[in-house]
Write a protein that binds this ligand. Structure first.
Ligand SMILES: O=C1O[C@H](COP(=O)(O)O)[C@@H](O)[C@H](O)[C@H]1O
Length: 260
């Protein structure tokens, strides 16, 4: 697993634009070398900000949208089309305005879908979908995602892995249902840390002063059960993309002050 690297931008707008530019390059490179790219999207303000910046970037046309596999790191287990669902927000920010192949858009099940209100069954089904997509060259029952993005909650949660809840302790299953999440809605579906760690690159997005303490805790040696963001690592690269407000409480050893 890789050691976290940090990139700090002036503000959240610049962070979103720079992350969008970085994602375009990553996807174009993967498509050039392998024919397709696979990306895991995150919900939350910073993830949606990145998607909106991508929608506004002229270079977005460099991506072959029909050869992009999209997955989600977590979902709020709500009815299809609910405005609080991560996929609904992603569609609004970007997905509805680009020519994706619907067969390659792997949204997590909704609470009015085939599994009804059973978030555990929905999680099992998503795990099976991931397993089908994983090839023999992959490291286990999930594809080797090119980039897996994660927002970071003020409590250090990533995806729907909240501190101390059973989901963050999962070591076998790749997707689990979450019950009693401290952030609404209480029922969710999430990738687990083993699935997250199958990604080539994991990018953690943190902008705003409400993320400063979480970033400082996760990057200062905290355990992943207490601070799930600390356990989110990519196989080749772990990249924290921050704005200066979110970086404001980092220890100086990690983020030295700018030279005069
Ligand atoms: O509920 C969620 O929250 C986190 C963080 O969101 P933010 O708005 O505080 O940035 C997000 O990463 C996750 O996907 C989402 O379901």
């Amino acid at each position: 697993m890789s050691t976290p690297q940090l990139v700090v931008h002036r503000d959240k707008e610049l962070m979103a634009q720079a992350a969008a530019a970085r994602l375009i390059t990553k996807v174009v490179d993967a498509q050039a070398s392998r024919g397709y790219a696979s990306v895991v999207l995150t919900g939350g303000r910073n993830g949606n900000g990145l998607l909106a910046a991508l929608a506004a970037a002229p270079a977005r046309d460099a991506i072959d949208w029909g050869r992009l596999e999209l997955w989600w790191g977590d979902e709020r287990f709500l009815p299809e089309g609910d405005p609080e669902r991560n996929v609904t927000q992603a569609r609004e920010a970007l997905l509805d305005s680009v020519p994706l192949d619907p067969k390659r858009v792997h949204a997590m099940p909704a609470s009015d879908g085939p599994y009804g209100k059973d978030a555990d069954a929905a999680a099992e089904a998503y795990a099976a979908e991931l397993a089908v997509a994983a090839g023999p060259e992959n490291h286990g029952p999930v594809p080797s995602f090119d980039v897996l993005m994660l927002g970071v909650g003020p409590d250090t949660h990533v995806a729907s892995l909240f501190p101390e809840l059973p989901a963050v302790r999962e070591t076998e299953r790749t997707v689990v249902g979450v019950h009693g999440a401290p952030k609404p809605p209480p029922t969710r579906v999430t990738l687990t840390l083993p699935a997250i760690r199958a990604a080539r690159e994991v990018w953690l997005l943190a902008a705003g002063s409400d993320k400063a303490q979480a970033a400082a805790i996760a990057l200062s040696g905290a355990g992943e059960i207490q601070a799930p963001a600390a356990g989110a690592r990519g196989r080749s690269r772990t990249l924290w993309l921050l704005d200066s407000a979110a970086a404001s409480q980092l220890p100086r050893s990690l983020y030295p002050p700018a030279s005069p």
